[in-house]
Design a protein around this ligand. Structure first.
Ligand code: PMP
Length: 290
């Protein structure tokens, strides 16, 4: 199916206080966000008209902005109200919400601390990231040549657009080799995350997930940890080298886009879509509809 490009859709996008026609929602080519990576964003899901973890996502948007020295010129509650209004205006009941903030065009130079910060919000109807068949059988990952950087070479706990350069490179490389996604190690060689999702492992009914000390501590990751605790599943957060995968029984990814997606293999390591993963998926589906 041919996808309609994102700059050619119907409806409205909210930009800097105004609802602009979707096709007229443009920025100037000379803006700091585009040239120097001063841009942060969020990805939020809406299920049956209910926005999942809106507070947490907006809190993270402001946190990411602060890490990049961007000052969003709106109150948190105003942005939340606009998001709710926009989903109604766009009639999105099951979909995705994308707030994005970036530095403007006052200066085309590395230093642009006093330049304006802009913010836009778009929303669209969006079902699953991977097809239902793929989810049932589990996706195939390969370990990327690219690694997550150290926290003193990038603001690794932000959702900064610039950090996604490594993710796109990794995912393109994986897809060109026939895989669904890439698993990235960190700068120390520990397992970090996939290109847009966190990762969990199951061995003998125990859940394991890498400590998020140089990558995004996902909101879905935290929800899954809470669900696991409520189900009295033991959980461990530590650093794991790739040989940890040797005797893993089940593996899955978590993220706003991928929700909980089982992993069938990582290079030569293979896993099953087992009962623990299925239970967590069932409980997560209940949680998002609450
Ligand atoms: N890591 C990366 C690189 C991501 O892009 C995402 C998706 N936002 C995640 C992890 C998972 O975060 P969340 O569960 O908050 O969507």
């Amino acid at each position: 199916m041919q996808m309609i490009p994102f700059d050619k859709r119907d409806g409205y996008i909210w930009i800097d206080g105004l609802y602009k026609k979707w096709n007229d929602s443009k920025v100037h080519v000379l803006n700091h966000g585009l040239h120097y990576g001063s841009c942060v964003f969020e990805g939020i899901r809406i299920y049956d008209g209910k926005i999942f973890k809106l507070d947490e996502h907006i809190k993270r948007l402001y946190f990411s902005a602060k890490l990049l020295d961007l000052e969003i010129p709106y109150k948190v509650n105003d942005i939340k109200d606009i998001i709710i209004e926009l989903t109604k205006k766009q009639r999105v009941k099951n979909g995705y919400i994308r707030p994005v903030a970036w530095r403007g065009s006052e200066k085309m130079a590395i230093s642009a601390k006093d330049a304006s910060t802009h913010i836009a919000i778009a929303t669209w109807t969006w079902p699953s990231y991977f097809s239902p068949d793929k989810i049932l059988e589990g996706i195939r990952l390969t370990i990327s040549d690219w690694v997550r950087p150290s926290p003193n070479s990038a603001p690794t706990n932000s959702k900064a657009a610039g950090l996604y350069m490594i993710c796109s490179l990794s995912k393109h490389q994986a897809e060109s080799k026939g895989y669904d996604d890439a698993l990235m190690l960190d700068y120390r060689g520990y397992i970090a995350e996939a290109t847009g999702a966190n990762i969990f492992f199951i061995k003998k009914n125990k859940l394991y997930t890498p400590l998020p000390d140089c990558f995004l501590d996902g909101i879905t990751r935290k929800s899954v940890i809470d669900i696991a605790k409520s189900l009295k599943i033991n959980i461990e957060e530590k650093h794991y080298k790739p040989d940890f995968l040797e005797d893993c029984e089940e593996v899955f990814l978590t993220g706003t886009a991928v929700e909980i997606t089982p992993v069938n293999s990582i290079d030569n390591y293979t896993f099953t879509v087992g009962e623990t993963t299925k239970t967590l998926i069932k409980e997560f589906k209940k949680l998002v509809k609450l």
